[in-house]
Design a binder for this molecule. Sequence first.
Ligand code: BEZ
Length: 325
Amino acid sequence: MNTTTVCFRALICVAVLAFSTAVGAKELKLGLIVPGDHAWSQAAKEMGEELEQRTDGRYSVTLFPAGQLGSEAQMLQQMQTGALDMSFMTVAQVVNRVPEFGALFAPYLVDNEKQADQLLRGPAAQGLLEKLPVKTGTVGLGYGVAGMRMMLNAFPSDNVGALDGRKIRITPFPPVQDFYRLLGAVSTPMPLTDVYDALANGQVDGVDADLELVWKLRLYERAKTLLLSGHMMFPVVGLVSGRTWAGMSEPDREVLRELTRKHLGELAAYYMAFGEKTRADIESEGVNVVEAGPDYFGDKLDQWEEIWTKKAPVLSELRKEADAL
Ligand code: BEZ
């Protein structure tokens, strides 16, 4: 073989290798229902960038925010078939498939987002993730948080009786439906994007939300009482399709798990810092802030606890862990 032939063959080898690297590279599609400027989307974007670096380009992440791929229920189905690789999804949606997760929405389980994050890293919450492969065909990589839940109401809300008969927009899933039923309210499910108009035209009288949503969706323009209750945490879970997971090597799985946990785990600090300022911003728009703790809700909380201790026995373990925080 002469020198020209050797060089030519070497060139072909390099070209084949380069081509096979590109072919082997995997783009992970990640869906979210929140808009692109929401903190969960930012966490997903940063996770994807770091994943690409850490795997030398073998994996990248393409985001589909704002429900571009459908509702969370639809995305869960897509992950089951392998049509979608990943999602940062509300745990609310997961409760519809695995009711045990409802225990995470126990009223006043934690005081703030930092405690929520600590509890979600504990054995009871982590144990719940193990139920996901069988029940949903997905693997739960880790949790993050949104802001603690509040209510923004278009009516004076100085006592719990004020909620009786009021139409409140909720994210529809059983723990929250039970909560508002016990309060005598009429829970009204609707996409977040419709809430502004619904408050304006009286279709709803209030909304169960966090400060980020009240601020970014400008809901404070349509309802002037912020019930600063912080009554529940609102976690997000990083899910990967079981089929995608099966195609990954063990070291790549570990990197994906580590980075998902890292970036979702940073959300608590963001919401802790963001909360004070947003509350002040909302107040400066002429919104009346009513501070409310567990006493505001009276015996309704015990009634909720009784129902959910039966539906989700893990609640007792979560309460013990929360008490120790
Ligand atoms: C909600 O339905 O209220 C919600 C959805 C995603 C992120 C935060 C809140």
